[in-house]
Write a protein that binds this ligand. Structure first.
Ligand code: FES
Ligand code: FE
Length: 426
């Protein structure tokens, strides 16, 4: 008889057992208990601008279709035909009136209803099409972020996002008054467990070490901006495994401090924009191009990270896919969006100065955990030095591991089957 690992013996406030990165049984439990029972981000509203638009993506290891039907309603459906289970659609995105399974031609509407079965007379009296729609997931949206869940009893998205909502609203100010839109993505895999990436989003501690080559590649003014580890930033536990790491407090609210001097690297852009926009809007656009001064980590796998979305997808216990999705101003100046893309490439791109260094460090954590099985993973930086806000949020200085502890606390709740589905519970 298989004995499942006991999550409570593997993680505590202080540290985690190294096997959490490599135990295949634990990974299977995570895919079920975490990815099947949480809200998982599937798309941004701009990915589905019109009726008939769809994208395909994954929730945990399950392929899903996200579509906008004729009435404008968004549906998320398991991308598995109800006949023999084939994936119905493998295009990344597109526009369609229906989805036709390539094997025997069963045809589904944009809402997943089974509409057509070839040579249906062979099923006479046996097949009621209304019993075989694509499996539909629960779908809810907050400020352009579309989430889905296999768990129809989960708490509302609103309750689950809870104290992250003001931060999401702040992040969306990168539209500079326009809505934001996705502008393509870099995708890569690294040979390591998904939680290594989950930990990284609120890990300020690594920045001056791992990202030395990035800091060497920019001007001194930009270096100073990114010299935040000993600054007055903070990291805050937002509940339900979510957290925020504020690196540059002056850039939390992009509508504030608009009168601040324009950084030299944006001066040329500002001069060009000044031909078409009033001064205040120029300053707003320039700030949007530079991105927000914080990383928001939404458990278990979405980061709204400074100027882009980072989505992780566990492929196997020691293999993870990362998508870095560029965002821009939908309707804003192309010049600004082009500069956002160049900045995105500079750090996140496959030849960039940031992400390749990150992924090498993650690779080393994975290999190290396999080689040194008796070495635990420390999560205790800043533990016991946290303060509490009026709303109950724990926070600490920016390089504390408060965000990781928040994530692992929720990991334990989910893994021990105590995920609360009531509206207001923790
Ligand atoms: Fe889809 Fe047969 S598997 S129609
Ligand atoms: Fe990094």
């Amino acid at each position: 008889m298989d004995i499942l690992p006991d999550p409570t013996t593997l993680v505590n406030e202080d540290s985690a057992d190294g096997s959490i990165y490599s135990n295949p049984d634990l990974f299977d439990m995570e895919m079920d208990r975490i990815f099947m029972h949480n809200w998982i981000w599937v798309a941004h509203r701009s990915d589905l601008p019109e009726s008939g638009n769809y994208i395909t993506t994954f929730i945990g290891q399950h392929p899903v279709i996200v579509s906008r039907d004729r009435k404008g309603e968004v549906h998320v459906m398991l991308n598995r035909c109800r006949h023999r289970g084939a994936t119905v659609c493998e295009h990344k995105k597109g526009k369609a009136a229906s989805f036709v399974c390539p094997y025997h031609g069963w045809a589904y509407g944009l809402d997943g209803a089974l509409r057509g079965v070839p040579f249906q007379e062979g099923y006479t009296g046996q097949l009621d099409k209304s019993n075989y729609p694509l499996i539909s997931l629960r779908v809810e949206e907050y400020n352009g972020l579309i989430f889905a869940s296999f768990d129809h009893d989960i708490m509302s998205l609103d309750a689950w996002l809870g104290r992250t909502k003001p931060w999401i609203d702040l992040f969306m100010k990168q539209g500079a008054g326009w809505p934001i839109k996705t502008m393509g993505e870099h995708k890569f895999t690294f040979p390591g467990n998904w939680k290594i990436q989950l930990e990284n989003t609120t890990d300020a501690y690594h920045f001056p070490i791992v990202h030395k080559s990035f800091l060497d590649s920019v001007d001194s003014e930009t270096q100073n901006t990114f010299d935040f580890v000993e600054g007055n930033g903070y990291v805050e536990d937002l509940g339900h495994g979510h957290s925020v790491m504020v690196m540059i407090p002056d850039l939390v609210d992009l509508d504030e401090n608009l009168e601040a001097p324009i950084p030299e690297r944006f001066q040329e852009l500002a001069d060009e924009l000044a031909k078409d926009y009033p001064d205040e809007q120029v300053r707003r656009i320039v700030r949007a191009v530079g991105g927000s001064g914080f990383n928001l980590n939404l458990f278990p796998n979405l980061a709204c990270s400074m100027a882009f979305f980072r989505v992780l997808r566990p492929l196997a216990v020691m293999e993870t896919e990362i998508r870095h999705i560029a965002i821009g101003m939908d309707g804003g100046p192309e010049l600004g969006n082009e500069m956002r893309l160049r900045l995105h490439e500079h750090f996140q791109g496959p030849m960039g100065f940031g992400t390749p260094d990150d992924s090498e460090a993650w690779d080393r954590v994975q290999r190290g955990s396999l080689a040194g099985r008796d070495i635990s993973i420390l999560l205790n930086r800043g533990l016991g030095h946290e303060a509490q806000r009026e709303d109950g949020n724990l926070f600490s200085d920016v390089s504390a591991e408060t965000g990781m502890r928040a994530a692992y606390r929720q990991w334990l709740v989910d893994m021990t089957g105590k995920t609360v589905r009531a509206e207001n519970g923790e």
